[in-house]
Design a protein around this ligand. Structure first.
Ligand code: IVH
Length: 683
């Protein structure tokens, strides 16, 4: 294929893929299979690799992501991103309309839209191509998240139309549909990672991921709700929204033009009744004056436009009776009280449990048995009790007090001074705590033993096959085959059957066997030493080279390792003082786990370029993250310290370094060097 043919083919494939993408993500009406789509995409990828000169920034191949951004650039908005005044009352909406009438004497129309509960984004297009996507930030400046946004299928990367302004900005909301949210949390639960509380947090967390290929897997979606710029096709909002639809943006079908406030109120009522059936979260509706000239005449208050307002729906409440309190014991021994309720329908789902957070919250509500309570389902997964109807309480109702002993193992609970949480101190034999330790041990970033999630650990503990992490290495095929149990998911309430069939058992045993090859730094992390995270474990492993060396070090020696402070050092010492832990380690050693770094390369640090030099690294850097810089310091024989003293040799300063540090460095006459100087020093 010659160059010209390649260019034409690339254009043709781009056009086809954009069209199919639009059919799939915006119209929700695909005409080809996923497989056929992937084949076209692969063909385009191949051609772009062969003829990179024809790869455009708005090519459909950009959607798979891959670019890793260390720190998002801060960008100033061309048009400030304002927020809206809001109200929960229909009377106030009437007042809003009356205020408009005072300024606008002729007739006017409103545009009513859903108020999507996601993250606001400004999408800039130049000559039809998406060039920049910026978050709201403080309204004046936001983060440039273009690479991440390009992975969202319902956002066009290229717009082709004959009435397109040379440059325009689309205001839109990025959100995570319920389906994707549930899927993501299920995956997180499997990997023993913390869950997102609601779809909004999940969308926001996803947009801030550094690796855009991970964002591509999060199934985010986007509704456009505004068009800004010069030479726009129309001088009114509703008509421009129709234009956006024509240009390939996803605009909600529920957007409606209303001729007066009565029609607006009707719209609000209609949306409210459909709200729980929508496949994404909304928290209200937005009402905007349609005509741009009228918008201009109405202008702005110091904070909000006078031509728009949002009407928010109250979080849905239900009234029911409290029947009991259950106490959940977490992996760290933390006790969470949960209210058990007579089932009640709230916001389309049956609520049977509500979170009570801690003893203080329970005390604040002054709960008594069989109290009538109001439960509310906000944006969170778990509903909460917001109020007690004390008027309905029987005079002899008994007050509920927080438990004094662990409901799982009976040990007396502890509460540290100044903390709201009660703990069960029995870390060794309290079943949920054992389970927590094992779940951590097998998790992806630790030993990565797949196949044991989804409640299987619980089954093994209940069958007394394992009591601690080392017991995993004694498990036999015959012991596992045929085990089964019905488990109820705490979050979704769904029941599922856990069974150990032949294939599962083989997979589990293979995964356990394979874990014997996992590197020492991950084994160290997997041991679950309190406060010792992934990075700390890495540093320790590299510094000491073996578990034996770590066990033979005292508190002061541990403190010499970068990143290891008194809290971690203390926790390491007490971990290895505990006989029970030593027995487990011994067993793991015999099982054949890696207790040494692969090759203990004792490079004499004296020969390294930064040997003997002490650095304070501060601020934000252009080419590296702060952690990377610190790692480079160590790899080159230097030492990181956190505060400047007369013993500091260099202060490595990035942007936004604190003025106090700067002053101190000057006072002590310590050279302040840049990232560039530093790279020169080590190269
Ligand atoms: S218009 C000046 N329309 O609500 C008008 N905003 O409080 C500015 N939002 O940060 C916004 N759906 O993220 C508008 N249909 C909609 C919206 C919407 C959700 C969010 C947006 C903004 C916040 C304003």
């Amino acid at each position: 294929m010659d160059k010209n043919q390649a260019r034409l083919k690339i254009e043709e494939l781009t056009h086809k893929l954009n069209k199919h993408n639009y059919n799939y993500y915006v119209l929700d009406d695909p005409v080809i299979s996923d497989y056929e789509f992937d084949q076209l995409l692969k063909e385009l990828e191949r051609l772009e690799q062969q003829f990179p000169e024809f790869t455009r920034a708005d090519s459909p191949t950009q959607r798979v992501g891959g670019q890793v951004i260390k720190k998002f650039k801060t960008v100033r908005h061309k048009y400030p991103m304002l927020s809206l005044g809001n109200t929960y009352s229909k009377e106030e909406l009437q007042d809003f309309d009356n205020r408009i009438k005072k300024t606008i004497s002729e007739s006017y129309s409103y545009v009513c839209e859903l108020k999507f509960d996601g993250i606001a984004i400004g999408l800039t297009y130049k000559n039809g191509s998406l060039t920049q996507a910026v978050t709201r930030g403080d309204g004046v400046e936001g983060d440039d998240v273009t690479h991440n946004v390009k992975t969202i299928g319902s956002i066009p990367l290229r717009v082709v139309a004959n009435d397109l302004p040379e440059e325009f900005e689309v205001r839109a909301e990025i959100f995570m549909p319920h389906k994707s949210f549930i899927q993501l949390n299920e995956e997180k639960q499997k990997n023993n990672e913390p869950l997102f509380a609601n779809p909004r947090n999940a969308a926001s967390g996803s947009l801030k991921l550094q690796d855009s290929s991970l964002v591509a897997r999060r199934n985010l979606d986007c509704f456009a709700y505004g068009l800004l710029g010069e030479n726009l096709p129309h001088q009114s909002h509703f008509e421009n929204l129709q234009k956006l639809k024509e240009w390939g943006f996803k605009v909600s079908k529920l957007t409606r033009k209303c001729e007066n406030i009565e029609e607006v109120l009707k719209y609000i009522g209609e949306v409210e009744s459909q709200r729980t059936k929508l496949p994404y979260d909304i928290d209200g509706v937005v009402i905007k004056i349609n005509d741009y000239r009228q918008q201009e005449r109405l202008g702005f208050t110091s904070k909000f436009p006078r031509w728009a307002i949002s009407y928010k729906y109250k979080a849905e409440q239900g009234v029911t009776r409290l029947t009991d309190i259950a106490y959940q014991v977490g992996r760290t021994g933390a006790i969470t009280p949960v209210a058990i309720l007579e089932p009640v329908l709230v916001a389309g789902t049956t609520v049977k449990r509500a979170s009570l957070y801690n003893a203080d919250k329970m005390e604040e509500l002054d709960l008594h048995y069989f109290d009538t309570v109001f439960v509310e389902k906000g944006g969170e997964i778990i509903p909460k009790i917001v109020e007690v109807d004390t008027g309905l309480r029987q005079s002899d109702a008994k007050k509920i007090f927080f438990v004094s002993n662990c409901p799982e193992c009976g040990t007396k609970l502890q509460r540290n001074e100044g903390e709201a949480i009660h703990y069960c101190p029995n870390t060794e034999t309290c079943p949920p705590q054992i389970q927590g330790k094992i779940e951590h041990f097998i998790s992806r970033k630790a030993m990565n033993i797949e196949g044991l999630g989804e409640g299987r650990i619980e089954v093994l503990i209940q069958n007394k096959l394992i009591e601690n992490i080392a017991d995993l290495y004694d498990l036999k095929y015959e012991q596992l085959l045929g085990l089964e149990k019905i488990i109820r998911d705490e979050i979704t309430g769904k029941e599922k059957k856990i069974s150990f069939r032949e294939k599962t058992v083989n997979n589990i045993l293979t995964a356990i066997e394979n874990s014997k090859k996992v590197t020492f730094e991950r084994v160290l992390f997997a041991l679950g030493i309190r406060h010792l995270g992934e990075t700390g474990a890495k540093k320790l492993a590299r510094h000491f080279g073996s578990l034996e060396n770590i066990m033979n070090s005292n508190y002061d020696e541990l403190l010499t390792v970068p990143e290891i402070g008194d809290r971690i050092a203390g926790s390491i010492v007490s971990f290895f003082e505990d006989n029970k832990n030593l027995q487990i380690i011994d067993k793991l050693h015999h099982a054949g786990l890696q207790f040494e770094t692969e090759s203990i390369t004792i490079t004499s640090s004296e020969n390294l370029p930064l040997a003997g030099k002490t650095f304070v690294v501060s601020g934000v850097f252009e080419k590296h993250s702060r952690d990377q810089i610190k790692q480079l310091v160590e790899e080159n024989g230097g030492k990181n310290v956190s505060s400047i003293s007369s013993k500091t040799d260099f202060v490595l300063a990035g942007e936004k370094m604190g003025p106090e540090k700067k002053k101190k460095a000057e006072q002590l006459n310590i050279p302040v060097i840049s990232e560039k100087d530093f790279i020169e020093m080590i190269s």
